[in-house]
Design a protein around this ligand. Structure first.
Ligand code: URA
Length: 209
């Protein structure tokens, strides 16, 4: 599918299967989400530009590769985005972080914003928006819209599971934003859940219901 990268690495798929299993505990789910975010983070940062810097190894001087430009921004769509965020920050500890607080109105499934905080220089940075579930895409579309209004021009969207309906809506709204996911599932159900999915990611991560 155009504009979508499915990260099919065996470790990602194995961990995802355990996360989908309803018998997996809250602690297990959270640990796996953190682990999987490292592997997804590896893929989503694959195209980062490198420059070189001169260093001294114990043996000699060398021109060594180093990341170019300003630090990344990880933009977490609250609250479930934070589950991916933690592992990503292990991978890129100097990254900046934006938080976009959105909740789904359970009747209309519309995204309602209640919080927004981001670095002021979004225009100069790659912004990786993270939310485990691309379902209706209402939250993802709204989060990216808001980040673009604040200056972001170079964005990627990272999730764990995507529904075909969500991918279609998101791509229509933001054709310039590539999507990275561990799986494209079958469909959305009438309540806006991804099927077969893994249930409510926030509830599974935090043990709420
Ligand atoms: N959000 C979730 O947490 N799960 C879904 O299946 C859809 C949206």
């Amino acid at each position: 599918m155009q504009n979508v990268t499915v990260v099919s690495h065996p470790l990602v798929q194995h961990k995802l299967t355990i996360m989908r299993n309803k018998e997996t505990s809250t602690a297990g789910f959270r640990r796996l989400l953190r682990e999987i975010s490292l592997l997804l983070g590896y893929e989503v940062t694959r195209e980062l530009e490198l420059t070189t810097t001169t260093i001294e190894t114990p043996l000699q001087t060398m021109e060594a590769p180093t990341l170019e430009g300003k630090k990344l921004v990880f933009a977490s769509v609250l609250r479930a985005g934070n589950g991916l965020l933690e592992g990503l920050l292990d991978l890129v500890p100097a990254a900046r972080v934006a938080h976009v607080g959105l909740y789904r109105d359970h009747d209309t499934l519309e995204a309602i914003e209640y919080f927004f905080k981001a670095p002021s220089d979004l225009a100069d940075r790659l912004v990786i928006v993270v939310d485990p579930m691309l379902a209706t895409a209402n939250s993802a579309i709204a989060a990216v819209e808001k980040l673009k209004q604040r200056g972001a021009t170079n964005l990627r969207f990272l999730c764990l599971l995507a529904a075909p309906e969500g991918i279609e809506r998101f791509t229509k709204a933001h054709p310039d934003v590539p999507i990275f996911t561990a799986s494209i599932d079958e469909r959305l159900n009438e309540k806006g859940y991804i099927v077969p999915g893994l249930g409510d990611a926030g509830d599974r991560m935090y043990g709420t219901k």
